[in-house]
Design a protein. Structure first.
Length: 149
């Protein structure tokens, strides 16, 4: 069902991640969006805090500054952030991603839910392996501290 609401949302999400959607997060996020972080135990509620987390993730997870075709030695995965798989249905999407940070492979998924208005109402991030979670936890904490100052 290619005309389900989530298809348009994910098209705009990709435009945002490429820097092609002015005020991207303001356009995409519902005022009452709920963000589930792989790092923080409690759900983060509201557009302001969700924007903060997604902006910090954008600074933390872009991966190492190399060509997206350059491979790491250990697992042959690209070093730069990229989505590798998408599952879209109705109001829900699962986007698998991978990147490399400080030489460590990071693999995860973004689970996105939207409403009829085409706004993201829920955003969940899951990351693996454990080394990646620990590294992202440290870097996200540092980035959030910088952004709050």
């Amino acid at each position: 069902m290619s005309n389900s609401p989530i298809h348009a949302v994910i098209k705009r999400w990709h435009a945002h991640t490429r820097g092609e959607l002015a005020n991207g997060l303001d356009v995409l996020l519902d005022d009452d969006v709920v963000f589930y972080s792989p790092i923080v135990f409690t759900p983060q509620r509201g557009k302001a805090i969700t924007k903060l987390y997604l902006q910090a993730a954008g600074q933390t997870l872009p991966g190492e500054k190399t060509s997206t075709t350059e491979k790491t030695e250990s697992n042959d995965a690209p070093k730069g952030f990229r989505y590798t798989k998408e599952i879209l249905d109705g109001y829900n999407a699962v986007l698998e991603f991978e990147t490399t940070i400080e030489g460590k492979y990071v693999n995860g998924i973004d689970m996105i839910t939207c409403n009829d208005a085409g706004k993201i109402t829920e955003f969940r991030v899951m990351i693996r392996p454990l080394q990646a979670i620990n590294l992202v936890h440290k870097q996200m904490g540092d980035m959030l501290d910088k952004m709050k100052k």
